[in-house]
Design a protein. Sequence first.
Length: 384
Amino acid sequence: MDGLRGVGAFAIVIAHVWLNLGSAAPLGRLPSLIQRAPLFLVMFFVLSAFLLYRPFVAAGLTGRPARVRRYAANRVRRIVPAYLLVLGVSGFVVGAATVAPFRVDAGMPPTLPETGWLWTHPALTLVNGSLLQTLLPGTVMTGIGPAWTLTVELCFYLLLPVLAGLAFAVGTRRLGVPAGVTAWAGPALLLVTGLVTKWIHVHVVLAGMTPVEAFFADWGPTWQAVFARSVLVKADLLGIGMACAVLLVRWRGTSRTPLRLAAIAGLVLGGLLVAALLPTWYDTGWGLFWAGVILLIATRPPGPGLGRVAGFFAWRPVHWAGEVSYSVYLWHLPVILVLARAGWTAPQTSAGFALNCAVVVAVTYALAHLTWCFVERPVLRRAR
């Protein structure tokens, strides 16, 4: 799955280069494609839930207790060291941390975030260092802007063992419900929660707002922004990923390839249909689409076309891009902001956009590779 992460992280980098350094460049139809990069965030949520729930399902179906302490320690090792490094460098070395929520007058175009030093904002440092910034209007989108997703992940990390414990320890061992049934309880609960809260967000929270007002409500220092980026509104994506984990574990040891392919095709096509016909659940539809892609890569079904798709994501350069994708995700916006503040950017032309992309990608991936080699990988190896 590393290759899929790598492609997603690269798309997000290019999108943020365009948004911050190239939105006025004459790029033809390219911006309409770039603006779909947030769909890769949908993929990250689905993939994360898939990978994290799978060991719980495997343990539950075989009657073994889940290794919750190891799970918690691994989550800390995976997320915290690199995050604190990038936050520290951004806020205390180069002064490129975002120190104020996204603000803009109604009708005015977005501007670069306000950056500065974190030592002059101790409360902001504490909140961001604890990965709680997305829970408060005054700190939402501060620190490392894209790290708002980590608050959602943190909430899910805490929620997952509870859901799995209720399903298997209570539902199966105490109540006698088959584990193959209780394994679906958590995914179903999160899916329904996400569907309902998405409807509330669109039809209640943002009701009556113009598109411009809704944009600033969703991205500004508002409780609407906190709600929009909460684990509640993203719960359906996490539930879809958990459902993928159940499917994959249940498929292990079986040879029903046609049934698997039918399920994968149903997820992909059904997801595209939901995204096209039900705008309230646009992200949900794409979550189903990514679920099909994830299962395709995980099962590697026979067939030249399907094999090539799975093989591409296993290709060494794409795999490497996936290894460093977390650090890429953390580093790229501070790099963009430092270059913009220093004036080391090309003009907003098509050639200038290409040059800005090349510079940001080169610097970001170099920093990410160093972070992977000297921070992430050593910490992860100690856990083995």
